[in-house]
Design a protein around this ligand. Structure first.
Ligand code: NAD
Length: 475
């Protein structure tokens, strides 16, 4: 029986390994993590992440051929194939701070593998890493290999949170990059055999290591670029009276372009897009490709501009101040169907409004109060001062108890509010009884729709003043 061990039981390691176990009953899969609370949650009825369909997949194979454990070293030693799916955040200090990937977790995982391995291993990069990382990992693994053969493969993950189970069950493609040596190709074939349990052969693409590593960064950069492109258009639409939904529809009808990722919004979030583009910028700079770096930097800058533009719109519409005004924040996750708030635009918008002394009441169906409070005192990237800026003590967001409330109900959040900001495209926000909400609000009552989920004309009929991204403003 092939034995797989995955280091890192996060948003990628957990669902990805659950799918492998689900599709491959003849393979034993153990997911290990240094975080005991995370592993305990994976072994409980309340999984550590919310992802539609995940519970069923985990329940059907947990403790059969899928296991979660904190006993990292013994399971690594026992495995034939080791996936490494640890976090690779942006470096916060030192060389490359604010842009380069922090590979500390990766390096310590690689050192541990080298130390505990007693038999040949295939080590798979599942985390998103800078191109050429495999070279560094190979050095660490082979430095004191005691005759053990380590083959390193790149197998980047393309799942999107919120649709992870479907993405994993029906991937557009699976990339496997390996060395072109006979041992390298043998390792590629072994990993291909795993995916071949359910992925059609023409969707399993093999390539050289560096192409596979770079493809992941390229895919995320191009997806984010589409969002920044349509968001840049949304600003022009607002200035001219064009409607960004109509423009996006017309543009997407072109079969060379297509409709996906052309929804204007308050901006993209999530743990990957900004991090991976910053990393790409850094790699370009390190290779002396300054113009290329500047090109990709612009994708993040437009995203920051879009978030700032949204805050400015809220404040300027509400008679140039939100000081002391109650604003309901509907949605805090970076997208629907996830409880993940990493880099969510809601953080920037809330911080911007708190900076103007607004009082916020926040509701999200999947995000906890603890997450929201933690997120509102963390950091913000600043291009002009490229280091992590922690909100200083005494600033409005550091003393949040009286300025931020978190509630479990959208109607409660909106009660007595002067305005509502919709930050996440949860389906339930389309279905709210806006008549009822309007009755309970201060007048004039504003809706600022950062995800274009409501129908502005219907809300205007009720009496709301409505702002939707890239759409004609109130008559
Ligand atoms: P995560 O923070 O949710 O999970 C990483 C886990 O690794 C954590 O639980 C952490 O405790 C564990 N870990 C760190 N060092 C460890 C060690 N030495 N031994 C054992 N466990 C260790 O991160 P994630 O969202 O799952 O992302 C993982 C990687 O996948 C990142 O490189 C990310 O860029 C990439 N990725 C993420 C997504 C996504 O949607 N989240 C999609 C594709 C790729």
């Amino acid at each position: 029986m092939v034995k797989i061990c995955c280091i890192g039981a996060g948003y990628v390691g957990g669902p990805t390994m659950a799918m492998i176990a689900f599709k491959c009953p003849d393979i034993q899969v153990v997911v290990v993590d240094i975080s005991a609370p995370r592993i305990n949650a994976w072994n409980s009825d309340r999984l550590p992440i919310f992802e539609p369909g995940l519970d069923d997949v985990v329940r059907s194979c947990r403790n059969n051929n899928l296991f979660f454990s904190t006993d990292v070293e013994s399971h690594v030693a026992d495995a034939d194939i080791i996936f490494v799916s640890v976090n690779t955040p942006t470096k916060t200090r030192g060389l490359g701070a604010g842009k380069a990937a922090d590979l500390t977790y990766w390096e310590s995982a690689a050192r541990m593998i080298a130390e505990v391995a007693k038999s040949d291993k295939i080590v798979v990069e599942k985390s998103t890493v800078p191109v050429k990382t495999a070279e560094a990992i190979e050095k660490i693994l082979t430095h004191n290999s005691r005759g053990i053969n380590f083959q390193i493969l790149s197998n980047p993950e393309f799942l999107a949170e919120g649709t992870a189970i479907d993405d994993l069950a029906n991937p557009d493609r699976v990339l496997i990059g390996g060395r072109e040596t006979p041992e390298g190709q043998k390792a590629v074939a072994a990993l291909k055999d795993v995916y071949a349990h359910w992925v059609p052969e023409d969707r399993i693409i093999t390539m050289n290591l560096w192409s596979a590593e770079l493809s992941k960064l390229a895919a995320n950069a191009i997806l984010a670029q589409r969002i920044s492109s349509i968001n840049a258009m949304s600003a022009l639409c607002e200035a001219t009276g064009a409607d960004v939904s109509e423009v996006a529809y017309a543009v997407g009808k072109d079969s060379r372009i297509g409709h996906k990722f052309l929804n204007a919004s308050v901006g993209f979030g999530g743990s990957c897009f900004q991090k991976d583009i910053l990393n790409l910028v850094y790699i370009c700079e390190c290779n002396g490709l300054i113009e290329v770096a500047n090109y990709w930097k612009q994708v993040v800058q437009i995203n920051d501009y879009q978030k700032a533009r949204f805050v400015n719109r809220v404040v300027s519409s509400m008679f140039n101040t939100v000081s002391g005004k109650k604003i309901a924040i509907l949605g805090f996750a970076f997208k629907k169907d996830t409880g993940d708030t990493r880099e969510t635009p809601a953080i920037d918008v809330c911080q911007g409004l708190l900076g103007d002394k607004a009082q916020l009441c926040i509701y999200d169906p999947q995000v906890t109060e603890e997450q929201i409070r933690r997120d509102l005192v963390t950091s913000k990237f600043d291009w002009d001062h490229p280091q992590h800026l922690v909100v200083p003590p005494g600033s409005p967001t550091s003393n949040k108890n009286d300025t931020v409330r978190v509630t479990g109900d959208a109607y409660e959040a909106a009660k007595g509010a002067h305005g509502i900001c919709i930050m996440t495209e949860w389906e339930e926000f389309k279905l709210l009884d806006y008549e009822r909400i309007y009755q309970g609000m201060e007048k004039p009552a504003f809706v600022f729709d950062g995800r274009n989920v409501v129908k502005p004309e219907e809300l205007r009929k009720i009496g709301f003043i409505v702002y939707s991204v890239g759409k004609p403003l109130d008559p």
